[in-house]
Write a protein that binds this ligand. Structure first.
Ligand code: MN
Length: 192
């Protein structure tokens, strides 16, 4: 299967100033495209060529895993944002967050901390297990909670390429500002 890069559901300037048009054009337009192009050439003629992206992530390692997971992670990341999305979660997800973390603000603080303290490049995740328990995890490089049997709900990219053009070395500022563009209706849908 040849994987293709989905078109973003907003214009490249729609998330500014949290994520600038320049960052979208480099991060989604070039970095993410490269992962997909690399993956397509790596799997051609291999046992992975007809698998879904999720199956490749769970079953592969090395270069194929890195490119498959980065391809998936970036689509997951960019599609959770909207300029005018739902600003706070409701329903069952809200209840779970408050049960486990005390409040939405406490959850956000812990999530930002996990992103800020990850050494080097990687991702911070909110995931759920089969029983609806929530987990905040951080992982290096192309890590993805699917490999631990968890269902990802939300992720912040903490590779420098995600924020350097807009925030330079201020990773914590970038993480804090991202809440302004998270569309919680997307996260709720991933939880249900
Ligand atoms: Mn990235």
């Amino acid at each position: 299967m040849k994987f293709t890069q989905p078109k973003l559901p907003y214009t490249p300037d729609a998330l500014a100033p949290v994520i600038s048009q320049n960052t979208i054009e480099y991060h989604y337009g070039k970095h993410e495209k490269t992962y997909i192009d690399n993956l397509n050439s790596l799997i051609e003629g291999s046992e992975y060529q007809d698998m879904s992206l999720e199956d490749i992530i769970v079953k592969s390692d090395g270069k194929i895993f890195n490119n498959a997971s980065q391809a998936w992670n970036h689509i997951f990341y960019f599609f959770q944002f909207a300029p005018d999305g739902l600003k706070e979660p409701g329903g069952e997800l809200r209840k779970k967050i408050e049960e486990q973390f005390g409040s939405l603000d406490e959850f956000k603080k812990k999530f930002e901390e996990a992103g800020a303290t990850l050494f080097g490049s990687g991702w911070v995740w909110l995931s759920t297990d089969r029983n609806g328990k929530l987990f905040i995890t951080q992982g290096s490089n192309a890590s993805n909670p699917l490999t631990q049997g968890l269902q990802p709900l939300l992720t912040f990219d903490v590779w420098e390429h995600a924020y350097y053009l807009d925030y330079q070395n201020r990773r914590a500022d970038y993480l804090h500002k991202l809440w302004d563009i998270v569309d919680w209706s997307v996260i709720e849908m991933r939880f249900s």
